[in-house]
Design a protein around this ligand. Structure first.
Ligand SMILES: Nc1ncnc2c1ncn2[C@@H]1O[C@H](COP(=O)(O)OP(=O)(O)OP(=O)(O)O)[C@@H](O)[C@H]1O
Ligand SMILES: [Mg+2]
Length: 260
């Protein structure tokens, strides 16, 4: 499997002197192409900070982050911007839509500001409106949409341009349970059908359940789902399970009959 995100020994500190705050402490994690990973942890544990570093939105950190094979700490800002535009779609808790643009123009905005023509994007836009269930709403203004619909516009905007990764920070943090389920189902579908790699931050076990793996952060440290300890645990478990489920040998069957 191809590693699409590789975070190696990443630390992040905010502030100076007596205000120094080590928010991430030697974090390492990998996400393979096609995974749908959830990042969980208490408020303030560093989830958003880590997600923004992975997405190249914040370049100040120690350690190494490799994204789609590029060491993002070693490339120029302009190359990082291109890498981000081509490979990453961001989805945030607050949809960040432009209120005086309609659905269609909101979805197209990141591409049109980067010089793409609307006409070039028409086919892809139609397909995305279909996937996200927004076909009937393409000319609607954001203020006339529900929270769930607005988040679907934000997701449509994130997947235009066919990125390989979606980074989502509490994408359903603002939504009721019905809209939450709709958004998670959409993510699961994009992951399965389009092979999109998804890394989402969530506080909800239920949302994490839509993904394929959960990574846990505690006070800036990875404590589960990744790293040596987490990898060692399932391996031991699977050995034990394999032993339990292995077909008994003839000798074992005999012993069992004798002892019964
Ligand atoms: N720009 C900043 N300047 C200074 N401190 C910051 C900054 N951004 C985050 N922090 C601090 O870093 C720590 C981790 O913040 P972060 O936003 O990553 O947490 P989180 O796990 O996403 O929490 P939540 O679940 O509440 O969103 C917090 O103590 C926060 O105060
Ligand atoms: Mg956060």
């Amino acid at each position: 499997m191809k590693k699409i995100i590789d975070v190696a020994g990443v630390s992040k500190t905010f502030g100076k002197g007596s205000n120094l705050n080590k928010v991430l402490d030697n974090c390492s994690l990998c996400v393979n192409e096609g995974e749908f990973v959830s990042l969980m942890g208490a408020s303030g544990s560093g989830k958003s900070t880590l997600l923004y570093l992975i997405g190249g939105l914040d370049r100040e950190f120690e350690g190494k982050i490799t994204l789609c094979g590029e060491d993002i700490g070693a490339i120029k800002d302009s190359k990082l911007s291109k890498l981000r535009l081509a490979n990453i779609g961001f989805v945030f808790q607050f949809y960040n839509l432009v209120m005086n643009l309609n659905v269609e123009d909101n979805i197209l905005l990141p591409m049109t500001v980067n010089g793409k023509k609307k006409s070039e994007l028409k086919k892809e836009l139609d397909e995305i409106l279909e996937i996200t269930g927004l076909k009937e709403k393409r000319k609607a203004m954001p203020a006339t949409l529900s929270g769930g619909q607005q988040q679907r516009v934000a997701i449509a905007r994130a997947i235009l341009g066919n990125p390989s990764i979606i980074l989502a920070d509490e994408p359903t943090g603002n939504l009721d349970s019905k809209s939450t389920a709709e958004i998670m189902e959409l993510f699961a579908r994009l992951n399965k059908e389009k092979g999109l790699t998804i890394l989402q931050v969530t506080h909800s076990e239920k949302c994490a359940g839509y993904g394929t793996r959960t990574i846990l952060l505690d006070s800036g440290k990875i404590v589960g789902g990744e790293g040596e300890e987490a990898q060692a645990a399932p391996a031991e478990e699977s050995v034990a399970q394999a032993e339990e489920t292995a077909a008994p040998s003839e000798a074992e069957k005999e012993t069992a009959e004798v002892t019964e």
